[in-house]
Design a protein around this ligand. Structure first.
Ligand code: NAI
Ligand code: MG
Length: 341
């Protein structure tokens, strides 16, 4: 009876599944792979693999374009067969998504192998993520960022912080377990607010000494334990530029892999038009100032390369479109342009 019931249940589930959209089916499949270890191991055999070497993604340059190649499990085995424990290597991979046709995608770091040997065999190069994100196709940047963050998290959570014993990852890489203490560790992100402060007609941008010359961006800061987003925005703006936020509006969010997996929560904030005198935190910032609409529009057009002046100074430029700061600045321009039209 139980067998009949299970068969019926499977049939109904598969019928219900077929009624769902491609997106829903894909998300359910990915969740199954995270929960079902043997299904995930089987999926590796038909998977596509993205390669990293010490957290730098593998790219191929074709003409002027940088491609992010996917390798089949068979191609992976060819590369790995030169290693003593080839099978165990595939186990180190982490699940990072799947195609609409349910071909699972994995990322694998081959940091223990000779980098130049792989590069010449596969005709490409392992490229620092800070460069890779900005040269690949827009749809590939979030994939590289999340894959690298997950690999980085596994790399830095090899041991249980309670017992000091090694932790084991599940095949999908969605968690690590310490079998001695029973503690399960899940990949973590740090929430960070990024705020574009405006006084109604100007916006405030700042730079840290570590930024490339001439680059200004919106104020940012990590959320403290126990804070909500509104409290972090108010505190960070007060700390960094000495201003009081009167109101704020959520814009969008973005996963950001630097320094290690942040969830960037982007907001627009308004300060009183009569209370705009900046008192800058010189420990964190090198410069913070108000920008008018015209200067922002010019800055958005400027390439970092063309920012240097003959006298050695730099004209302001802003983060590229892959960074959520760029989106905040563009939204502010649209809002100002609509107001003045
Ligand atoms: N995608 C984007 O458009 C942008 C992203 N960001 C990212 O936001 C991050 C945070 O911005 P900051 O102004 O530097 O933050 P911040 O103003 O909070 O200052 C950084 C300091 O906060 C402390 N801190 C507290 N929690 C931390 C944690 N979980 N991890 C590391 N440090 C922590 C450290 O002492 C660190 O030096 C940056 O790392 C940057 O990569 C910043 C601007 C634009
Ligand atoms: Mg900050």
């Amino acid at each position: 009876m139980a067998v009949v019931y299970q068969a019926l249940h499977r049939r109904v589930s598969s019928l219900v599944c077929r009624l769902h959209s491609t997106y829903v089916r894909k998300m359910r499949y990915l969740n199954q792979l995270k929960e079902d270890d043997s299904l995930c191991r089987q999926a590796q055999a038909s998977g596509a693999f993205y390669l990293f070497h010490n957290l730098s993604p593998f790219l191929q340059k074709v003409g002027k374009k940088y491609l992010v190649p996917q390798l089949s499990a068979a191609e992976m085995k060819q590369i790995l067969e030169k290693l003593p424990e080839a099978e165990q290597w595939l186990e180190k991979s982490v699940l990072i998504g799947c195609s609409d046709e349910h071909r699972p995608h994995f990322a694998l770091d081959l940091g223990a192998l000779d980098k130049s040997a792989i590069e010449s065999e596969l005709q490409g190069s392992f490229t620092d993520l800070r460069k890779a994100l900005f040269v690949v196709d827009g749809k590939d940047s979030p994939l590289l960022a999340s894959a690298q963050s997950l690999l980085q998290w596994h790399d830095s959570h090899q041991y249980c912080s309670k017992t000091g014993q090694p932790t084991q990852k599940n095949p999908a890489g969605s968690k690590r377990v310490c079998h001695a203490s029973g503690v399960t560790y899940y990949p973590q992100m740090s929430p960070v607010v990024i705020t574009l402060v405006s006084d109604g007609s100007r916006c405030l941008l700042a730079r840290q000494p570590s930024f490339p010359q001439g680059m200004f961006t919106a104020l940012s800061g990590f959320c403290d334990m126990g804070e909500n987003v509104e409290e972090t925005v108010r505190r960070e703006v007060a700390e960094e530029v000495g201003l009081e936020v009167e109101s704020l509006r959520y814009s969008a969010s973005q996963h950001w892999p630097f320094p290690s997996s942040c969830l960037m929560i982007a907001c627009h904030a308004l300060v009183g038009a009569q209370r705009t005198e900046i008192s800058m935190d010189t420990l964190e910032l090198e410069e913070a100032r108000w920008f008018g609409l015209e200067e922002i529009v010019e800055g958005l057009k400027r390439e970092p390369r063309s920012s240097k002046q003959d006298d050695g100074s730099f004209l302001p430029w802003f983060p590229p479109k892959q960074a959520i700061a760029h989106q905040l600045i563009r939204e502010w321009v649209q809002q100002q342009s609509a107001q003045t039209a």
